[in-house]
Design a protein around this ligand. Structure first.
Ligand SMILES: NC(=O)c1ccc[n+]([C@@H]2O[C@H](COP(=O)([O-])OP(=O)(O)OC[C@H]3O[C@@H](n4cnc5c(N)ncnc54)[C@H](O)[C@@H]3O)[C@@H](O)[C@H]2O)c1
Length: 341
């Protein structure tokens, strides 16, 4: 069998997730050659460069845009930067795997939605955890039993603990809050899981709330909502950042004949049905298995094995739209055209 030539990818954004998850996945993959690294920060470039010898290193992502020998880019940049970069790379004809959320508002995302269809199809959105087998298993239980609907789903997503010993982390999360509350940033993942589990159904936002536990924060750091689906399923979502202590982080699904709990950090899955509890635990670390699968899907896209990226722009926009509707209902963040009605 002929050996396939690796796809040539550059990593743009060498921050926390770029260096902790994307670069390791790219280096693990035999299907990928890391040809470029870009970040305006000299410290970030210095941290990344020795890990990918042979990759060209750039201070300005524009140098990678349209460059010969770069089939695609992974954008691990803040969301207020990602949208514009994704647009430039797609216009240049390159493939893009862009971190979530794809934008900080649907208004901002419009620049992507108006690109020609053929370019939009080259965009994969980093809704990383939808690639996890645990979600596929949950979907199967919802479709075929024992978790038949209507369901009560509770998604309690509490992470980014306030840690006095890690001021860089606090500064990064505080900066992120300037561009929207946790429901906008974490909601991207959770609303994509819900869309995946509930076959793309779109809910009504029946109620939403927000709390700013530290008055110095730019957005409320605790947010929640009640979502109602046509099928009778109700979802209670909560998101929380930057408190010294955090409640449990998990997704639970209760139906007439079963109860499932997905651990928010490890994706360890338990199902209780017919009086018996079964545990499904993947031995491979969640970050590693999800980033590897996500990258595998992107390689297939670049190689032309898939016609469009999944999750792509439609999935990224759907999650963003729901996040915005919740934020507007709770009036936690003023979004143009999305003020409380
Ligand atoms: N998929 C996931 O599981 C997951 C997990 C964590 C974070 N994220 C997302 O990843 C993104 C980045 O998060 P992070 O925590 O790594 O942030 P970070 O601030 O640690 O890293 C962002 C990096 O992008 C760089 N950057 C900024 N502007 C740039 C530009 N124009 N060109 C090139 N580089 C630029 C910054 O210098 C920084 O090094 C966010 O959108 C976040 O929501 C996703």
């Amino acid at each position: 069998m002929a050996v396939e030539v690796p796809v040539r990818l550059a990593l743009v954004g060498l921050g926390a997730i770029g260096l902790a998850a994307h670069l390791p996945a790219m280096l693990r993959s035999e299907a990928v050659q890391v040809v470029g690294l870009a970040d305006p920060s000299p410290e970030r470039r210095a941290a990344a460069a020795p890990r990918a010898p042979g990759a060209a290193v750039y201070a300005d992502a524009a140098e990678v845009c349209g460059a010969a020998g770069v089939d695609g880019v992974v954008l691990a940049t803040p969301p207020w930067v990602t949208t514009g970069l994704a647009e430039q790379f797609l216009r240049a004809g390159q493939f893009v795997l862009a971190e979530k959320p794809i934008a900080v508002s649907t208004a901002d995302a419009r620049k992507l939605a108006t690109l020609p269809d053929e370019r939009q199809r080259r965009l994969q959105v980093g809704l990383t955890y939808r690639h996890d087998p645990a979600l596929a298993r949950l979907r199967e239980w919802i479709r075929d039993g024992p978790l038949h609907g209507p369901l009560l789903i509770r998604a309690h997503i509490y992470d980014e603990r306030l840690n006095a010993k890690d001021p860089d982390h606090s500064a990064r999360i505080r900066q992120t809050l300037r561009h929207g509350p946790p429901v906008l940033h974490e909601g991207a993942h959770v609303f994509d899981w819900l869309a995946f589990l509930l076959d793309g159904a779109s809910p009504r936002v029946s109620d939403a709330w927000s709390v700013r536990s530290d008055p110095g924060l730019a957005s409320p750091n605790l947010n929640g909502a009640r979502l109602t689906y046509r099928c009778g399923t109700n979802v209670l979502v909560e998101f929380g950042w930057l408190t010294s202590e955090l409640p449990r982080c998990e997704l639970s699904i209760l139906g007439q004949h079963g109860y499932a709990v997905l651990d928010g950090f490890t994706f360890r899955l338990t199902l209780t049905a017919d009086g018996e509890t079964k545990v499904y635990d993947d031995p491979v670390d969640r970050t590693e298995r999800c980033f590897d699968r996500q990258l595998g899907a992107f390689v297939d896209l670049v190689r032309g094995r898939s016609d469009r990226a999944v999750p792509g722009l439609p999935e990224g926009l759907a999650a963003l739209d729901l996040s915005e509707r919740i934020a507007a209902t709770a009036s936690m963040f003023t979004i143009p055209g999305r003020e409380r009605t």
